[in-house]
Design a protein around this ligand. Structure first.
Ligand code: GLU
Length: 427
């Protein structure tokens, strides 16, 4: 491929979604000695869509929301990625997350490209009928941009199987027949997969298990800190506890709990369920805030909440052997370098939290073959794909003498770049 130097400053047609996402891409590109033309293609999302989502609220007023969908790359297959409802979401963040999905899918060996969608709302401020109207109108506005062979949304922060059911129904009504393959993370009643809800947390548990084994340890008795007790943090806590790990601390936005001998996770799950998610007053634990939780002494730290939690300000005070990134981007670039220099193993997000999209892929495969599997089979197939990816990342890191993060990126980026090169540039 004949190439020219990329423009010095990004033009509107050359959008690099966020400094951090592009730093990782550029870092991998340097390591891979990637052709600058290929890098320019991979730096640029293929399609960036923002639609107006007018919605009638329960009080009859009309509100017009912005609905984003960014499709980063479809070289390996349809676009794939979650729909996020969060008040702080921006088009820039959605673009960065779409790019991350491309590398994550390629790293896992699932035939998708990355996408992400989002509406900047706090879903707790809306009634269920309002959320349904928002989701249906957003889907309808995107009707030509999504589809089982085009772009397949899934749940993400602030959305769940309920929103996927509304999306599937809206799409199906518009095209005139049922299309279960347009979304994954659906309810079981309409072609969802067993094991999907716990999948991201299960993947986190598997990656922690593999990393401990790689370092000569095991989950039995391992001391774990988990920041975040949402869908991912809770599932990871439950599965790690079942496997014999001690969960010393967990937290939510409003604060958390700490017990140096380990928390009773099954009892905590019942306690929080009965109190609308609140942990306050749980017996046999001290309160701890989110920032303090990160600094406790343990074997493993799992940030499973928001991005940018481990920064230059606290990276030198982290007291664990392994940081397992269950959230997307919980570690800043500068903090990542500090952790590496201190010999702390960082399991990168595109590996650690890939369980969700892997089971989404298995859901899609089951749907295409009209044959639905028992949960054990889903979990086993997912484990095979994730453990294979873990071993490849470790092998690549050893071959290149780089961190697990850089090796995960060189594998993900390298696979997409190779496919792009083999397909060639049209026309
Ligand atoms: N939202 C999840 C992620 O970001 C899952 C995406 C999917 O299943 O397509 O990895």
């Amino acid at each position: 491929m004949v190439t020219h130097s990329p423009p010095a400053a990004p033009s509107p047609a050359h959008i690099c979604p966020s400094a951090q996402a592009c730093s990782y891409l550029n870092w991998a590109a340097r390591e891979l000695q990637l052709d600058p033309g290929l890098l320019a293609i991979l730096s640029t999302p293929r399609k960036v869509v923002t639609v107006a989502v007018p919605v009638r609220l329960d009080n009859q007023q009309i509100q017009v929301l912005a609905g984003h969908r960014v499709q980063h790359c479809n070289v390996l297959g349809p676009y794939k990625g979650g729909i996020r409802y969060h008040p702080a979401i921006t088009l820039e963040e959605v673009s960065a997350l779409a790019m991350l999905m491309t590398w994550k899918c390629a790293l896992m060996g699932v035939p998708y490209g990355g996408a992400k969608g989002g509406i900047p709302i706090d879903p707790r401020q809306y009634s269920v009928p309002e959320l349904e109207r928002i989701t249906r109108r957003y889907t309808s506005e995107l009707i030509k941009d999504i589809g089982p062979a085009i772009d397949i949304p899934a749940p993400d922060m602030g959305t769940s199987a309920r929103e996927m059911a509304w999306m599937m129904d809206t799409y199906s009504v518009n095209v005139g027949h049922a299309v279960p393959g347009v979304v994954t993370g659906k309810p079981l009643s309409m072609g969802g997969s067993r094991g999907r809800e716990m999948a991201t947390g299960r993947g986190v548990m598997l990656m922690v298990r593999e990393a401990l084994a790689w370092q000569g340890g095991s989950l039995a008795g391992a001391r774990v800190l988990i920041q975040g007790f949402g869908n991912v943090g809770r599932a990871a806590a439950r599965l790690l506890h079942q496997a014999g790990a001690k969960i010393l601390a967990v937290s939510r936005t409003a604060g958390g709990l700490y017990n140096p001998n380990g928390l009773d996770i099954p009892a905590l799950e019942v306690y929080t369920r009965e109190r609308g998610g609140s942990m306050v007053g749980f017996p046999a634990a001290e309160p701890i805030d989110n920032a303090e939780l990160l600094l406790q002494k343990a074997d493993v730290l799992i940030p499973a909440a928001l991005e940018n939690q481990i920064t230059e300000a606290n990276a030198d005070k982290i007291q664990v052997q392994i940081v397992a990134e269950a959230a997307n981007g919980p570690t800043t670039l500068a903090a990542d370098q500090i952790l590496n220099a201190r010999g702390i193993t960082v399991l990168p997000d595109i590996l650690t939290n890939a369980g969700g999209v892997v089971v989404s892929y298995l859901e899609w495969v089951q749907g295409l073959s009209y044959l639905f599997w028992e949960e054990e089979r889903v979990n086993q197939e997912m484990e095979n794909l994730m453990v294979r990816a873990f071993r490849q990342v470790v092998q690549e890191a050893e071959n290149r003498q780089v961190s697990l993060r850089l090796s995960a990126y060189t594998l993900g980026v390298g696979r997409v770049a190779r496919a792009l090169q083999d397909r060639g540039l049209y026309p």
